[in-house]
Ligand binder design. Structure first.
Ligand code: USQ
Length: 386
């Protein structure tokens, strides 16, 4: 299989490239290296050191090195994107090349505008490139569980649901109610993909993924192969942040009362899920919605688990609920459906959450001094209400 990964330099992009290469697939990677720059701009850095992209490729075994090509390219540059896709004519395209931070999107009009234009236009460019070059390319688009918000109904793993309004029944797109401009940008992408599927029959998998945690996959066996790992308030996600806080002896920071429940999965399970979806595309011309996660937890439950694991490793950690900078429900129903990935073989978490947390903390400990330099970027500053 020949797969183009947009955003190949990112947390998931690099880990997926390693997985596909290890399965003998060919990878064409593109990236504009925006995340590296944006993380530096907030005064932070990846907790785990990563080389330049070319250094990373040179660290691969020779047989894998020859199976990956890299292009510095921006997905909003349609001409360049189309040229690369035309040159390689991949079987599948994975799109991670989106501004991925909710807090960044909420900082100002400019960051909201950048998020919406980068994400929506990037996806539109892929839609047009696939339509023009080869409509059989399977497009695997990274959406988010956050598209749905936290509704008081089970979140179905289906694009449409039947609804009755004033006594009349019809099929409607499953309702979405996102919680940041970032999450809304993914809702708009979803609508555009559903429409492109309707008019041109593009074969699409739209992945509704929850927050990912972890430092390792089966391919990340030594530090030269590390993927990036962010922990600052803008670019880090909750469980990865807690692990850094534990390593630094800082209090763990559930926002508000901590009852916010989300659908989590490990980096290992994320790349397993992604490769299963790539190797098992929907029937030609179909659009498929997948809820990608393995377990649900509230952010307070996770803080308790990290505290306990950290303590087993000799790290004393407090939990300190902080004023919630976001506008979100802290007590709510949450029950997303999960059938497609278990049907393909990803039944539950491959590794126990507690063990994974221990692996993350052990991977971070050698870099404690590096993390110390960035202590000040951990506390939340971006306020949704401001
Ligand atoms: N949270 C805390 N403490 C923290 C950080 C976050 O309690 O120190 C809470 C947030 O208030 C929120 C939850 O944890 O309720 C998740 O926040 P997050 O920062 O881990 O994740 P989020 O902003 O939702 O976005 C992340 C990724 C995004 C992905 C999304 C999946 O950055 O790219 O799409 O997770 S989901 O959350 O399901 O929408």
């Amino acid at each position: 299989m020949k797969t183009l990964i947009a955003g190949v330099d990112g947390y998931l992009g690099w880990a997926l490239a390693l997985r596909l290469l290890s399965k003998g697939h060919q990878v064409i990677g593109i990236d504009n290296f925006y995340t590296r720059k944006a993380v530096k701009e907030v005064g932070s850095d990846s907790a785990l050191p990563i080389g330049s992209f070319h250094q990373r490729i040179r660290g691969l075994p020779k047989d894998k090195m020859s199976k990956i090509a890299l292009y510095k390219a921006d997905v909003t540059d349609y001409g360049r994107l189309k040229k690369i896709i035309s040159k390689y004519r991949p079987d599948s395209i994975v799109d991670f090349a989106e501004q991925r931070s909710a807090p960044y999107s909420m900082r100002s009009r400019e960051t909201a505008s950048h998020t919406l234009s980068n994400n929506i236009i990037g996806t539109l460019n892929f839609i047009y490139a696939i339509k023009e070059i080869n409509r059989e390319i399977h497009f695997l688009k990274m959406g988010t569980m956050g598209e749905y918000g936290t509704p008081n109904f089970d979140i179905p793993e289906s694009t449409f649901i039947e609804a009755s309004i004033n006594g009349k029944t019809d099929r409607i797109i499953t309702p979405k109610y996102a919680g940041s401009w970032y999450h809304w940008s993914k809702v708009y992408d979803t609508d555009n993909l559903i429409f492109a599927n309707k008019i041109w029959g593009l074969t699409t998998t739209d992945i509704m993924q929850g927050p990912v945690y972890g430092t390792r996959t089966s391919e990340i066996t030594d530090s030269r192969l590390f993927t990036r790992f962010d922990f600052d308030e803008t670019w880090g996600t909750v469980l990865n942040r807690y692990c850094v806080e534990a390593v630094l002896g800082m209090p763990l920071t559930p926002y508000g009362s901590g009852g916010q429940t989300r659908a989590f999965l490990s980096l290992e399970d994320s790349v397993t899920a992604l490769s299963l979806l790539l190797e098992n595309p929907p029937a030609s011309g179909n659009y498929r919605t997948v809820n990608q996660f393995t377990e649900t937890y509230s952010v307070l439950e996770l803080a308790n688990i990290v505290q306990e694991r950290a303590s087993a490793l000799g790290l004393k950690t407090e939990i300190k609920n902080v004023d919630n900078p976001r506008v979100e429900a802290e007590t709510h129903y949450y029950n997303p459906e999960r059938k497609i990935l278990p049907g393909l073989g990803l039944k539950g978490p491959t590794k126990n959450l507690k063990d994974e947390i221990e692996v993350i903390i052990k991977d971070l400990l050698p870099y404690k001094n590096r993390l110390e330099k960035h202590r000040s970027v951990i506390a939340p500053k971006t306020n949704w209400r401001a």
